[in-house]
Ligand binder design. Structure first.
Ligand code: PLP
Length: 504
């Protein structure tokens, strides 16, 4: 019987062109295996994609597709000068004790600081440049709402009222899902503000989006199963999935946002889609109704799950918001995630997940094991803040404030930065992305610009840091919500000084 044509190649890869599995996935899986078995050592250089393609007799694009996926998953790193190499800190090692080679056995390990673990050195190397945590920037701090607008005196009174004579529910043994009164207040708020009903018993208060998403991923995926994430997207999403020990498959978004059709092409076996349909982060797209229905239909047909990150859906300035996926969900496959970080203040560390009923019992067991649940200190006060209508008032006030700040930023970009950057109005959100003009785009380095801006007191964030894969667009994420209008104009003048002297 004739054997199928098999091609042997560098790294010991054997491809089967007759197999139903596409070639790029065969390459990716075999390289991942070789890395996990330490046949390819951490830090080891990989042959160039051109060489691999010619020896495997496949198109170079096929090898690049496989490598992009491995880069996104953290198994391979791309360095401009030296090409591709095996990551020194493998994703699997982040989650379990190192196997095989002990740390310090590769050349890269030996030359680096002996007192740090490999994973610590990797996060140091990949850290997004910018502001130190102690300094208050002059403008554009990422994820920060306006501090002046929040009624802190009222907040202090609400805290005091509760803590002078704390009840068992706040000072005793906490429920693993958090304060019952807060969960009731959130359920009522979601009914009026977001148009869907849910039982307070299905709401879990968490200490942030990462905890919410890693809880969900832990509940519905096993280690090494995959979740689709938006590319570019929020770094916290990737970190949360890594915490839960599952794989992230980045799906490039287009002008209409996330496409389930494209996602199936990239990773057909994913069981979870993590999306921000109301306002994609950081690009700002609103997912259209057709795409929403396609995603819901995928979840229903394949018993998949959808994590709906509604991180700033409250701030919509023009146009009608679409109903959240959760409001359209007929089969109990959508998990709604939201946070008070951007609505009130981020150090509150209160976020929440609305679970489908089917996940509640297992989530209770899981949350009981979680050591760092959300603190109960602010939860009772927040329950009163919502129930007494202060949240609605605060949102009405800040919506007007932020709409004016977005206009001020657009004007500042046009007036002072128009030689280098451009941006467009966004109908929602708390930030804008300023992209380099075509004439300078090829030489524009958003990380270097961010570092230089930070030295001048401006807290811009690099767009390229939102990408998991190798194809990254550069730009500056400028969060206007926490910066008064007058400061916005001055900050644009400062940023112009920074850009004028940036090498290109
Ligand atoms: C896209 C996105 N999701 C969620 C969050 C909320 O995160 P957390 O609740 O951990 O503060 C943020 C905050 O910046 C965000 O940008």
């Amino acid at each position: 019987m004739p054997r199928p044509t098999r091609k042997a190649a560098p790294l010991g890869l054997v491809l089967d062109p007759a197999a139903s599995e596409p070639l790029h996935r065969q390459i990716g899986e075999q390289v991942r295996h070789a890395i996990l078995e330490r046949r390819l050592a951490p830090g080891q250089r990989l042959p160039s994609s051109r060489l691999m393609a010619s020896e495997l007799d496949v198109a170079r694009g096929t090898v690049l597709l496989a490598m992009d996926q491995l880069i996104a998953e953290g198994y391979v790193v791309a360095q401009a000068a030296s090409g591709l190499s095996v990551a020194t800190d493998l994703p699997d090692d982040m989650l379990m004790a190192p196997r095989g080679q002990p740390a310090g056995s590769t050349a890269a390990d030996r030359t680096a600081a002996p007192s740090l673990s490999r994973r610590a050195r990797t996060v140091l190397r990949d850290a997004t440049p910018g502001f130190g945590f102690e300094e208050a920037p002059i403008a554009f701090p990422t994820g920060q709402p306006d501090r002046e607008a929040f009624p802190f005196a009222l907040w202090a009174r609400l805290l005091e009222r509760e803590w002078r004579q704390p009840s068992w529910t706040v000072a005793g043994a906490p429920h693993p899902f958090g304060h019952a009164g807060l969960r009731t207040a959130i359920a009522a708020y979601l009914g009026t503000a977001r148009g869907f009903t849910c039982a307070p018993e299905s709401i879990v208060i968490t200490n942030g989006m990462r905890q919410s998403l890693s809880l969900l991923a832990w509940l519905v995926l096993d280690p090494d199963e995959a979740a689709w994430i938006e590319e570019p997207g929020y770094v916290g999403t990737r970190e949360a999935l890594a915490l839960a020990g599952v794989r992230a498959a980045p799906i490039p978004v287009d002008e209409q946002g996330f496409s389930v059709e494209r996602a199936i092409d990239v990773e057909p076996r994913a069981k979870l889609a993590v999306v921000a349909p109301a306002h994609q982060f950081p690009l700002g797209t609103m997912l259209g109704l057709q795409r929403r229905l396609e995603l819901l239909s995928w979840a229903e047909r394949h018993e998949g799950w959808i994590a709906e990150d509604d991180f700033d859906g409250e701030y919509r300035y023009t146009g009608r918001p679409l109903a959240p996926l959760r409001a359209l969900d007929r089969s109990g496959r959508v998990v709604y995630l939201a946070s008070f970080s951007k609505l009130l203040f981020p150090s509150l560390r209160l976020s929440y997940v609305v679970l489908p009923d089917a996940l509640v019992p297992a989530a209770e067991q899981r949350m009981a094991m979680v050591p760092a649940r959300a603190s109960l200190i602010g939860q009772g006060a927040l329950a009163r803040f919502i129930a007494d209508g202060h949240l609605a008032t605060h949102l009405r006030r800040t919506r007007l404030l932020y709409a004016a700040r977005q206009e001020a930023l657009l004007a500042g970009i046009e007036r002072h930065l128009g030689r280098w950057l451009e941006s467009a109005p966004d109908s929602a959100g708390m930030h804008l992305v300023a992209r380099p003009l075509a004439a300078i785009a090829s030489g524009f380095d958003d990380r270097a610009t961010t570092v230089a801006a930070a030295q001048a007191g401006i807290a811009a964030s690099p767009l390229s840091a939102c990408y998991a894969g190798r194809r990254r667009r550069h730009g500056l994420i400028l969060s206007y919500a926490g910066t008064p209008e007058l400061e916005i104009d001055r900050a644009c003048v400062t940023l112009a000084r920074v850009l004028r002297v940036q090498p290109r």
